[in-house]
Design a protein around this ligand. Structure first.
Ligand code: UD1
Ligand code: MG
Length: 463
């Protein structure tokens, strides 16, 4: 049996943030969740995972309790280094054969890589620990693997304690380990804080293993699984890697992405084959895009479901909406929560919809607000139409039948119902229900004064 300890009590000083480091997000998810997914996949059950949090890490503890029920939480008060953190978790070791230690700030580590460490530990009877290392072009900030002239392991030196020569070493400690539980337990009590940070370093367990005649096994991983987030710049690197991975995966599955480096896709987004994403598209949350759909440049979509062959022209903002097959949206449209567009609906430029159900074939192409409304099949909504859904106190509904023609620049003062086939004359303020097939007209009759225009111009010139 294996217990997995996830270290998350560090102060994360280098982030310069009120928020605990491990709750900062990369590609829409907290760093901690990514590490916890790995921990759970390795441990096999939540009860075998222990997250170490600090006393002021209450936000972290409550996040773990809510998002990962069953995972154990140990408190480190105050945080006195990674060695001290593992000590705090030791109560949960029981009779486990091995203990895996992961860091909450290493989000790209795959469970398979950790399982490889456990296998390497199990294979070597003399091994006390297997550690995941990496070779980096720029090893700044990481603990370096210091070896003697015969390339035998001596110790891990932290950046802050390292000499200039040691800092040139490119082989680094990723902070991921598989320990023989019994050895770890007895060695933790031997750690001292004789270093520049006055902390108990978990890394010292490795040099103590060597001194005790036990073996330290090195497993070299790739640079990504080493990435530890200590600063906002590190966070941006992780973000980029995750976004690239998702974009590549989408392209492999049949999505054309015109400029992948500009596109932002959450991992939770589902794209069917033969979809097209133009540059600077952002798709977030539980968004699903059907086959044949094209999403125009600069469009942002969150938690929305698109059918087949939808055309979204550039620069739309769409949230919590449903868009039916063959619909055409934008450019510059805003679909808000509760928008439900049926097959073939057209919603054009500068149209805003909210809690609006537009049935098959409805067209609202220009400069319109449709809120708290239901509109029947084939109805045409002219330019500048407004559903006046709010009276200053409460929201009211507008119900429009099918095959209605709503003339441009009309206002529909809710609550109001327009019957099937009705025609609303342009510029009408509708305050009474309109029966089916009626023509509603509410505006001042027009007067034309003969030569009035010419006379007006003449008067102006004389002044
Ligand atoms: C650590 C390693 C370093 C390695 C690097 C990899 C030590 C001494 N150094 O350095 O060799 O190259 O990770 O990313 O282990 N934490 C606690 N309690 C504490 C201190 C830290 O829980 O008292 C947690 C942090 O929240 C973090 C993890 O342990 O998740 C690592 O701590 P951090 O301060 O980031 O260590 P590094 O300086 O990165
Ligand atoms: Mg770190």
């Amino acid at each position: 049996m294996t217990v997995v300890v996830l270290l998350a009590a560090g102060r994360g000083v280098r982030m310069r943030s009120e928020r605990p480091k491990v709750l900062h997000e990369a590609a829409g998810r907290p760093l901690l969740d990514r590490a916890l997914d790995t921990a759970l996949a390795v441990a096999g059950s939540a009860a075998q995972v222990v997250v170490v949090v600090s006393n002021d890490g209450d936000a972290v503890a409550s996040h773990v309790k809510a998002a990962y029920p069953g995972v154990r939480v140990a408190r480190q008060n105050p945080p006195r280094g990674t060695g001290d953190a593992v000590r705090v978790a030791a109560l949960a070791f029981g009779k486990a054969k091995s203990v895996v230690v992961l860091s909450g700030d290493v989000p790209l580590l795959a469970a398979e890589t950790v399982k490889g460490l456990l296998a390497a530990l199990a294979k070597d009877k003399k091994a006390a620990v297997a550690v995941l290392t990496a070779r980096l072009q720029d090893p700044t900030g990481y603990g370096r693997i210091v070896r003697d002239k015969k390339r035998a392991f001596v110790r891990i030196k932290e950046e802050k304690d390292a000499s200039e020569k040691e800092r040139a070493i490119g082989e680094i400690n990723t902070g991921t380990y598989a320990f023989d539980r019994a050895f770890l337990e007895k060695t933790l009590s031997l750690l001292t804080s004789k270093n520049s940070q006055n902390e108990l370093y978990l890394t010292d367990v490795l040099s103590l293993a060597r001194k005790a005649g036990r073996r330290v096994v090195f497993v070299e991983g790739d640079a990504a699984s080493a990435l530890g987030v200590n600063s906002r710049a590190d966070l941006a690197v992780v973000e980029r890697i995750l976004r690239d991975r998702k974009a590549s995966e989408a392209m492999r599955a049949g999505t054309t992405i015109l400029r992948p480096e500009t596109v932002t896709l959450d991992e939770t987004v589902v794209l069917e084959a033969d979809t097209v994403l133009e540059p600077f598209v952002t798709l977030l949350g539980k968004t699903r895009i059907g086959t044949g759909t094209v999403i125009g440049q600069g469009t942002v979509v969150k938690d929305s479901v698109f059918g087949k062959n939808v055309t979204v022209r550039p620069y739309c903002v769409i949230e919590s909406a449903v868009v039916g097959d063959g619909a055409v949206v934008g450019p510059f449209a805003r679909l808000r929560e509760g928008t439900d567009l049926a097959e073939g609906v057209h919603v054009g430029n500068f149209v805003e919809t909210k809690k609006a159900v537009l049935k098959k074939g409805v067209k609202a192409n220009h400069l319109t607000y449709l809120g708290d409304t239901e509109i029947g099949e084939r109805t045409n909504v002219g330019a500048g139409v407004i559903t006046c859904n709010y009276d200053g106190f409460a929201k009211h509904r507008t119900t429009i039948g099918k095959d209605v023609f709503v003339g441009s620049d009309s206002q529909l003062v809710a609550p109001i119902t327009i019957g099937d086939g009705a025609i609303i004359a342009a510029g009408t303020t509708v305050t009474e229900d309109v029966p089916r097939d009626a023509l509603a007209l509410a505006r001042e009759p027009q007067k034309n004064l003969p030569e009035g225009g010419a006379k007006y111009r003449e008067r102006k010139k004389q002044r």
